[in-house]
Design a protein around this ligand. Structure first.
Ligand SMILES: [Zn+2]
Length: 325
């Protein structure tokens, strides 16, 4: 009797353990922006925000969850919540840094860093979570050192002309101060009427970017800014990165270091630049000069760096005029 009851108890215990054992998790949500890590199955099931697409609503949901149900939840999910909050903020910083106020940019980075540090110091974080926290800290430290200012007023951010994602591994960080502004023309084959509409200009930008990335093998469009014939200014390569527009000098020194590249769309060996595009160029140059303390005599045409007709005979006189201040 004694023996039988021991067995019964053992069996019951076994069954209980089996029930309580973690279920095989199937939490592979393709819409989750962080599907790479394996989510370990835990008791209580995943919180409702797991697998949701990244959005401000999701970040708010995580925040609310951490303050309420999260407190009694499995530590794994609390760490995961904090981590996703930090990763989400970094993502919003990256996507909106050119249009958001600088104070918002700074706040996003510092809040994300604080959360990454909390995760890093949390003994309950899994190895994968620790790795993500360290990665997040490293990339946010890079940004913290150099948060770029807002785009000058009136500049259309690259996200609005259908820009491709830059290949950051193929770009050089702009670590030197900006000392020069160099002006180019695109010398595009397109007829004037094609690029004189906004959609035409956007198409021309995408085409130029494709050429720079796919045919020339660069990480992004070579110029930092572009201007169409209606005077619209577009963000090209982010000023996080050195440009690719001025080549190398006779001593193989890179002329792109500290050199902002501006390109007017059109062939100004054949046509005259419009008054609207020249007005925008002047305004942009003044803005950049003020922001980066660049003297007027550091305004160049491409031809000042290498043998080329760029920026074209009809644009060159205006470049010289800008250089006189
Ligand atoms: Zn040029």
């Amino acid at each position: 009797m004694q023996r039988a009851s021991t067995w019964t108890l053992a069996l019951a215990l076994f069954a209980l353990t089996a029930c309580a054992a973690p279920r095989k998790s199937n939490l592979k949500a393709p819409s989750d922006p962080y599907p790479a890590h394996t989510i370990k199955p835990m008791t209580g099931g995943p919180p409702p925000w797991v697998g949701q697409e990244m959005s401000w609503e999701k970040l708010e949901a995580i925040n609310a969850w951490l303050a309420n149900q999260g407190a009694a939840s499995d530590p794994y999910w609390r760490v995961e919540g904090r981590l996703q909050l930090a990763e989400g903020r970094m993502r919003f910083y990256r996507n909106e840094r050119t249009t958001a106020d600088e104070s918002i940019n700074r706040q996003r980075i510092s809040t994300a860093r604080a959360d990454f540090m909390r995760v890093k110091a949390d003994s309950r974080a899994s190895e994968g979570q620790l790795r993500r926290a360290k990665r997040g800290l490293a990339s946010s430290a890079n940004i913290k050192a150099k948060v770029p200012g807002r785009l000058p007023a009136g500049v259309m951010p690259r996200s609005r002309w259908g820009s491709r994602k830059a290949k950051h591994y193929n770009l050089t960080k702009a670590e030197d101060p900006w000392r020069y502004i160099t002006i180019h023309h695109s010398a595009l084959e397109e007829s004037v009427s094609t690029v004189s509409t906004q959609s035409g200009a956007k198409t021309a930008l995408r085409k130029m970017q494709k050429y720079h990335m796919d045919s020339r093998g660069w990480g992004d469009l070579g110029y930092h800014f572009l201007i169409d014939s209606r005077g619209q200014v577009y963000e090209g390569r982010s000023m996080h990165w050195q440009g690719a527009h001025a080549g190398r000098d006779n001593h193989n020194r890179n002329n792109n270091v500290g050199n902002i590249g501006i390109c007017l769309i059109g062939n100004f060996d054949k046509i005259r630049p419009t008054a609207a595009s020249l007005r925008s160029l002047k305004k942009l140059v003044l803005n950049l000069r003020q922001q980066h303390r660049i003297p007027s005599n550091r305004i160049r045409g491409h031809m000042d760096w290498k043998q080329t007709e760029c920026p074209g005979e009809y644009l060159l006189p205006f470049v010289r005029q800008l250089a006189r201040g």
